[in-house]
Design a protein around this ligand. Structure first.
Ligand SMILES: CC(C)(COP(=O)(O)OP(=O)(O)OC[C@H]1O[C@@H](n2cnc3c(N)ncnc32)[C@H](O)[C@@H]1OP(=O)(O)O)[C@@H](O)C(=O)NCCC(=O)NCCS
Length: 370
């Protein structure tokens, strides 16, 4: 038995949720470029769950279901009030999502209908949890979700208490479309491994949030912004990046396990970053990003991934840096739950092997003699 480090190139399951073929990303066969330009996030959620684009009445039904399920239990709000104020936002989200199961009578109902209802609740409530956490830690009262608006609009409204600008809603909605699913990425794999034991959907999404938190996965978008803030201005880019590359340190937001010729999502986020920079009158983050890209691609051949330009996009939307990865989780919940439903439909325990590299034939020595 020979291990493949990081399971690179290993095909671990079949799936019809999304594909990456020759560098092209599709959700259920629809090119991400088409979806980013034309679909709303809720249409994508429907597509991922049901395998087809919704007609008007199917979409309206989903919007209504999401709206009706967006409020979180009062016990979760009370619990969030007890979290330390400076806690990691992904740790807070992971804890609150795990707790949602305690207040859902259907948590352990494994019927398809109940699992779909729980997918709706998770998709609807995760934005509310994040906005609630963000307000409570600032000493503000949480804001109840608004009926009849999109997830993107509701999230910005619950975060700020103000009706967001149309352009901000459109930008966030597009970012949600772009992050919704990505084949067998680390967090989706974690979700599938968890539910393949026939554990519940809340356990699967909690595992996924834990995996997304890391800086090699979803945590990279926050790390990119931390880097941009540390660099400060375009003039400092060259020295900073040269030093990083000379020290063989990673530049966050670059490289990808699957894409070697560029991440197809990055160009959409780059365009949005520039447009939002023009609107806010602050192109500093965008201009720095462009120069970093030129250097890292020029010197290392590495292309920006989805996390690189999303950092400046969210900053232009005045979203706090440590909410970037939780926003990724809002979007990816659609993909996680689609994969979980697919796993349940054709389940087999996921249990690979390990190549043992430790010592063999050890002789047991009683504790007094060690
Ligand atoms: C995404 C990522 C985890 C993929 O990892 P991977 O497939 O295991 O690739 P590796 O880490 O083995 O990288 C292969 C080589 O490219 C280099 N490399 C990869 N990403 C790099 C980066 N962002 N900056 C500098 N060098 C990088 C590695 O140092 C390694 O070089 P070496 O062969 O000389 O040792 C990796 O590119 C990375 O850490 N990127 C930064 C974090 C990030 O943006 N994550 C979000 C992904 S969407």
């Amino acid at each position: 038995m020979t291990a493949t480090k990081g399971l690179e190139g290993i095909v671990a399951t079949t799936s019809s949720v999304s594909s990456i073929i020759d560098g092209v990303l599709t959700y259920r066969g629809y090119n991400i470029d088409d979806l980013a330009e034309n679909a709303t996030f809720e249409e994508v959620v429907y597509l991922l769950w049901y395998g087809k684009l919704p007609n008007r009445s199917e979409l309206d039904r989903l919007l209504k279901d999401l709206s009706e399920n967006a409020a979180i239990p009062a016990e979760i709000i009370d619990q969030i009030k007890l979290y330390p104020k400076n806690v990691n936002s992904m740790a807070a989200l992971r804890s609150a999502v795990s707790s949602l199961a305690l207040y859902d009578e259907e948590a352990n109902d494994m019927s398809k209908e109940a699992n779909l209802r729980k997918a709706i609740k998770l998709q609807a409530q995760i934005p509310t949890i994040i906005a609630t956490f963000a307000r409570i830690r600032e000493g503000k009262e949480p804001i109840a979700p608004k009926a009849g608006v999109s997830i993107a609009e509701n999230f910005l409204y619950m975060l700020t208490g103000k009706n967001p600008e149309k352009i901000a809603v459109e930008a966030l909605d597009k970012a949600l479309v772009l992050h919704a699913d990505h084949e067998l990425n680390a967090s989706t794999f974690a979700a599938r491994v968890t539910v393949a034991t026939l554990s519940d959907i809340y356990s699967g999404v909690t595992s996924a949030i834990g995996a997304l938190k890391g800086p090699l996965h979803g945590g990279a978008n926050e790390a990119v912004m931390a880097m941009l803030e540390e660099i400060g201005t375009v003039d400092n880019v060259a020295n900073y990046i040269n030093e990083k590359l000379a020290n063989k340190e990673k530049v966050m937001g670059f490289g990808h396990r699957v894409y070697k010729n560029g991440d197809p999502r990055a160009k959409h986020l780059q365009k949005m970053s520039q447009e939002l920079g023009k609107i806010t009158g602050n192109l500093n983050w965008y201009n720095m990003s462009i120069q970093i890209e030129e250097m890292v691609t020029g010197q290392k051949g590495l292309k920006p991934n989805v996390d690189f330009y999303s950092a400046s996009v969210y900053t232009s939307l005045e979203i706090p840096r440590d909410l970037f990865t939780p926003i990724f989780a809002i979007s990816r919940t659609s993909g996680w739950t689609a994969h979980i439903l697919e796993q349940y439909d054709n389940n087999r325990l996921i249990r690979p092997r390990a190549e043992y590299t430790g010592p063999l034939h050890q002789v047991f020595v009683p504790i007094e003699k060690r």
